[in-house]
Every structure is written in C-alpha cells, then in structure tokens.
Design a binder for this molecule. Structure first.
Ligand code: HEC
Length: 126
C-alpha cells in the first residue's frame, strides 16, 4: 500500500516537473520571439533558410550540441549574443548563410540574454 502511494506521489511529481519545464519553454520562446532572435534562428535542427539556402543563423539545437560539456559556454555565448559575432572569425562557417550575428544588446537585456543562452544550451537532442 505504502509502495503504491509512493509510486503515485512520484508520478504526480513527474507531471508537475514536466509542466514546469513546458512553462519555461514557453517563456523562453516568447522572449526569443520578442527579442527578434527567431527571424534568424530556428529552435529545431534541419529547418531550411530563405530560398532553400542554409539557415541564416544556426538552429539552437545545433548550438547546444556544439557547446555541450564546454565549461563557460553560457558566459561566452551571452557575450556573442550581446556584442555580435565576427564575420572574419565565424564559428559556423559554411553551415549558415548569415555572415555574422549583429549585436543584440539593443533588443535584449543582459540578464535575459543569459537566461535565454542557458536555455539554448539545454536543447541538445537527447
Ligand atoms: C540578423 C540575424 C540574427 C539575429 C537577429 C540573431 N542571430 Fe544569433 N546568430 C546569427 C548568425 C549569422 C550566427 C552565426 C555566427 C557565426 O557564424 O559565428 C548566430 C549565432 C548565434 C549563436 C552561436 C554563437 C557562436 O559563437 O557559436 C547563438 C547562441 C545565438 N546566435 C543566439 C541568438 C539570440 C539569443 C538572439 C536574440 C537575442 C539572436 N541570436 C539573434 C544571426 C542572428
């Protein structure tokens, strides 16, 4: 009886955790959309860019894959997002059609950029 009750309790907790994660996803998608990120980025890998070219910026699942397990990736990427990337030192050469990312600090606050980057880094396909 006790085991059954514990199992039910655990199932309940899993549901709560699941919906909390979904709420975070919704918040982060809204923030990305409001900040203009989604004009150049898709969240899931494999979406084509304009006119069948490579996507303008890398899909965020690909970003998560590339930086997986790299210490300090969140701090580094927050700087890139705020200050823009260097067209002569592209991290995504030949994989994207955008030459560089413009500085986004006009569109997003540093704390929000950090939150968004941390979320992006969780998106690597399991
Ligand atoms: C005008 C198009 C554009 C917009 C808007 C844009 N990006 Fe980018 N983003 C790019 C391009 C192009 C790259 C690839 C840069 C490179 O080749 O190093 C990129 C790269 C990135 C990377 C990986 C950086 C790296 O060095 O590997 C992250 C993370 C990122 N963008 C997040 C964001 C976020 C968050 C926003 C919104 C606040 C945003 N981007 C808005 C075009 C854009």
């Amino acid at each position: 009886m006790k085991a059954l009750r514990n199992a039910m309790l655990l199932a309940g907790l899993a549901v709560v955790a699941g919906s909390a994660a979904a709420a975070v996803d919704d918040d982060m998608k809204a923030l990305a959309s409001k900040s203009g990120c989604l004009t150049c980025h898709s969240i899931e890998s494999g979406a084509p860019g304009p006119n069948g070219m490579a996507p303008i910026g890398p899909a965020w699942q690909d970003v998560a894959k590339m930086y997986k397990g790299k210490p300090g990736a969140d701090t580094f990427l927050t700087r890139v997002v705020l200050e823009g990337s260097n067209p002569y030192g592209s991290h995504w050469k030949d994989q994207v059609s955008g030459l560089a990312m413009p500085p986004n600090k006009v569109a997003i606050k540093e704390a929000d950029a950090k939150k968004l980057v941390k979320w992006i880094l969780t998106l690597a396909p399991k």
